[in-house]
Design a protein around this ligand. Structure first.
Ligand SMILES: Cc1cc2nc3c(=O)[nH]c(=O)nc-3n(C[C@H](O)[C@H](O)[C@H](O)COP(=O)(O)O)c2cc1C
Length: 391
C-alpha cells in the first residue's frame, strides 16, 4: 500500500485535490471575488521573516499553553468549517485527531456531524454559532450545546452573504437524490478512492445541517439552514451582549479585524476573540489577520484572549502569530486537506507537521517555551502592520 504520510500541508493539499470530486475540492478552496483576501492571508506570512540564533539554543522545548480557559498541548485550535462530503467520518475524525494531539475542536453550525457525536470524542468542544433563527432558537441551541458537553461558544460575525468567485463557485446540490447523483456521477466516478470510502459506510454524503435542527424536528438541508440565517436581521452589539449573557462559559467572537470592534467585544464580557477574515471567504479586500493582530493585542490582549485565524500552513506561521501577540491560532483548510488526504490520520499528520515546525522555530530562535516569543523574533517590512478603527 502506498505511504499515506505527507511531509507538508502543501503535499496534503495536492493529495486532497487529487482525491476529491472537483466540486468538493472547490468548496474547500472557497475564497471570495478576486481572491485578494484569500491570497493576502498567505502572502502576508511569506513577507515575515524570523531572526534566529546559532548557539545557546535550548535542548528542551515546550509549547503547551491555555486559551479560553482550556489547557492545550500547542497553540493551535481547529477552526469551525461547515463543509460536507470531504470524508465519511467528517468532523468526528477531525475531533478524534484533535483529542489525540491535545487541542480543542471548533464545530460549525453547518457541520455534517452532530455536536453530540463530536463531543463524545473531544472533551474540548467549542460550538460555533451564527446569529440565526431568533432568540428562542439560539437559546435552545445553547442549551443543546451545554447538554452535549460543549466547553465554549464561538460566535462568528463576519459573513455578508456575498460569495461569487472570479474562478467560479462549485455547484452544491440541495440534496443527493437519484437525479443529482446522475448529474454528479462523472465527477464522483473519476474519484474512485473518495467514492469507495463512502460506499464502504453504505451512505452517501449527507448534505444536512444536524446542528441547526429545531427541537423535535429533522435536521434541515444545508440550504434550508442557510436561508434561516440569511433572512435574520443582523445583530446589534446589544444583541451580542444578550447572547453572551445566555452562556455561562467561555464565549469567543470570531471575525474581528478592527480595534474599536475588539474593545466592544471585550466590554460585552467575551472571553476572547479571533482576528479573522473568514479565511478570505467573505468581503474581499479585508486585511489579512496577521497584519491587524498587533494593534488588537495592544488594545485588548491584557483583558481577553486574542487568537489569529487565517493563512496558517506551517509551524513557522504559528510562531510568527504567537510572537506578534496571539495566544494561539485557528486552522481551517490545512486540516480539511489532511482529512481529505487520509481521514483522521491525515488530520493528525497536519497537526504533527505544525508541532514539528513550531518546535524547529523555537530551537532556532533560542526559546525553551512558546511564551518566550516576542515581536523581536519577527522581521517585518515597514508599514506591514496596520491599525483599523482606533482614532
Ligand atoms: C470550506 C470552509 C468552510 C468554512 N465554514 C465556516 C463555518 O461554517 N463557520 C465559521 O465560523 N467559519 C467557517 N470557515 C472559516 C474558518 O473557520 C476559518 O476562519 C478559515 O478557514 C481560516 O483560514 P485558513 O483556511 O486559511 O486556515 C470556513 C472556511 C472554509 C475554508
Amino acid at each position: 500500500m502506498a505511504n499515506k504520510w505527507f511531509e507538508t500541508v502543501a503535499v496534503a493539499q495536492r493529495r486532497a485535490e487529487k482525491r476529491l470530486p472537483k466540486s468538493v475540492y472547490g468548496a474547500i478552496i472557497g475564497g471570495a471575488e478576486k481572491g485578494l483576501s484569500l491570497n493576502g492571508n498567505l502572502t502576508s506570512f511569506d513577507q515575515l521573516g524570523l531572526a534566529p540564533h546559532v548557539a545557546g539554543l535550548q535542548a528542551e522545548r515546550s509549547m503547551n499553553t491555555s486559551v479560553f480557559g482550556l489547557d492545550i498541548s500547542m497553540p493551535v485550535i481547529i477552526s469551525p468549517t461547515g463543509v460536507q462530503a470531504v470524508h465519511p467520518e467528517g468532523e468526528v475524525a477531525v475531533a478524534r485527531a484533535a483529542t489525540n494531539r491535545g487541542i480543542p475542536m471548533g464545530l460549525s453550525s453547518f457541520g455534517s456531524r452532530s455536536m453530540e457525536d463530536v463531543a463524545a470524542v473531544n472533551s474540548q468542544l467549542l460550538f460555533q454559532m451564527y446569529w440565526s433563527g431568533g432568540r428562542d432558537v439560539m437559546v435552545q441551541r445553547l442549551e443543546r450545546a451545554k447538554a452535549a458537553g460543549a466547553k465554549g461558544i464561538i460566535l462568528t460575525l463576519d459573513w455578508t452573504f456575498s460569495n461569487g468567485r472570479d474562478w467560479g463557485s462549485p455547484w452544491i446540490p440541495e440534496k443527493l437524490d437519484l437525479k443529482t447523483m446522475i448529474k454528479l456521477s462523472p465527477q464522483a466516478l473519476s474519484k474512485p478512492k473518495w467514492l469507495l470510502a463512502y460506499l464502504k459506510t453504505g451512505k452517501l454524503p449527507d448534505l444536512s445541517a444536524p446542528n441547526m435542527a429545531h427541537p423535535g424536528q429533522k435536521p434541515p438541508a444545508f440550504f434550508g439552514a442557510y436561508y434561516e440565517w440569511m433572512t435574520m436581521p443582523p445583530p446589534s452589539w446589544e444583541d451580542i451582549a444578550w447572547l453572551r449573557s445566555q452562556w455561562d462559559g467561555p464565549f469567543v467572537v470570531k471575525g474581528v479585524c478592527r480595534v474599536d470592534d475588539a474593545k466592544r467585544v471585550r466590554d460585552l464580557g467575551a472571553t476572547g476573540l479571533s482576528v479573522s477574515n473568514h479565511g478570505g471567504n467573505n468581503l474581499d479586500g479585508t486585511p489579512s489577520p496577521i497584519r491587524v493582530l498587533p494593534a488588537i493585542v495592544a488594545a485588548v490582549g491584557n483583558d481577553i484572549d486574542v487568537v489569529l485565524d487565517g493563512g496558517i500552513r506551517r509551524g513557522s506561521d504559528v510562531v510568527k502569530a504567537v510572537a506578534m501577540g496571539a495566544k494561539a491560532v485557528m486552522i481551517g483548510r490545512a486540516y480539511l486537506w489532511g482529512l481529505a488526504a487520509n481521514g483522521q490520520a491525515g488530520v493528525e499528520n497536519v497537526l504533527d507537521i505544525l508541532h514539528g515546525g513550531i518546535d524547529s522555530c523555537l530551537l532556532g530562535l533560542g526559546k525553551s517555551h512558546i511564551s518566550e516569543l516576542t515581536p523581536d523574533d519577527v522581521i517585518a517590512p515597514r508599514d506591514f502592520f496596520v491599525t483599523l478603527g482606533d482614532k
